[in-house]
Design a protein around this ligand. Sequence first.
Ligand SMILES: Nc1ncnc2c1ncn2[C@@H]1O[C@H](COP(=O)(O)OP(=O)(O)OP(=O)(O)O)[C@@H](O)[C@H]1O
Ligand SMILES: [Mg+2]
Length: 390
Amino acid sequence: MPELSVVVIAQDSEQRAVLQVLVDGTSVARVVHTCTSYPVVVTDPVLRRVQSAAPQVVLVDVPTDNYTLALRAIELIHQEVRDAVIFAVGSMSQPQVIVSAMRSGAREFIERPTTTTDLLEAFVRLTAAQRKVDREGPRGKVFTVVNAKGGSGATTTAVNLALALHSAHGNVALVDIAPLGHAALHMNLKPQFTVADAIRNLHRLDSSLLESFMTRHSGGLQLLAGANTPLVVEPATAEFARLFDLLVGHFRYVVVDASTRVDATTRLVCNLSETVLLVAHADVASLWSANRIQQYLGETGGRERVRLVLNRFRKIAGFSESDAEAAAGAKLLWKIPNQYFAVSGAIDRGVPLMQQAYSEMGRSFAGLAAALTENDIEVKRKAWSLFKTV
Ligand SMILES: Nc1ncnc2c1ncn2[C@@H]1O[C@H](COP(=O)(O)OP(=O)(O)OP(=O)(O)O)[C@@H](O)[C@H]1O
Ligand SMILES: [Mg+2]
């Protein structure tokens, strides 16, 4: 993720200083200029200074008591600094101010007191959206697998989905960010390095160094292994943002096993994902948990990308799929059959189900991979038929 340049406008000196520290703390953005007053007319020298700083983001502090000037500034900057996007920072207790700020041209309204994570997530949303518009180079897609509840089958899903995607398309990475990483065990791999090593070396990380931290499975799938002991100090969320930026620049698909990890890092990775697979069982406790987690992940936007995966699925009289969707608050993406002996045997032997030809489970995961890449294949098919008719 290239560093974003930011201009901070705040009349209050303390708020200005806080915002500057928070922006720089995200390590994906840097304050290039600060303004102590709001521009009010087109000829305002403050406006000229903002223009000459050529920022990608202008952060405008909206004071609770005197917001009119700030709203006018947002309108003016929106008109006159065309290439910049505006983030307003203010209190959530004044809905009319939020609406006015958005109408005046603010792209985001960030709650005060603000945190580095709030800003980081807003910056990540912005870069992800711009990438879609720019169609900047070929970037990989991220699919994140999260458990509704411990033991729901996130690791089984992530490992087999990654293998299925790899056999269909090649160039796939599996990244294990679970509190205690089990993916290597599922594939009988003995990694020398983990995600933590890649993050420790972020300052010099390029594609080849990144690959040297990964462990290759026999078929070619690359695993960035998870922690083999609970970590006392977790890497900062911003560091994960940079790591994933590298990963999507290098791999066609990145599958993430978050398992039971539900924190700011998981939410950030979910924000970067094309689809979030929320793995649950079709029972009340599991679907209740799925609902809570879906709410948490969706708090920062992108609720529609969280999709329900029902694992160990079997038909229950009087309980329909739409009941499950309503309870979880997410649309159903896939159902995985209940095959205890096949699944637990595969884990114990370290031979994933996808490697076992013609199994029902293998077909299920291949189908899931196909559903997730449906549109990508469509694009390929179109290109192919065009080529044929020339
Ligand atoms: N489709 C399935 N059918 C039957 N049993 C399954 C299925 N999927 C998973 N299991 C069982 O559930 C157990 C947990 O699976 P897995 O390790 O994939 O879950 P997890 O959600 O990643 O767990 P954790 O919360 O520890 O991260 C497995 O040992 C396996 O026995
Ligand atoms: Mg797991």
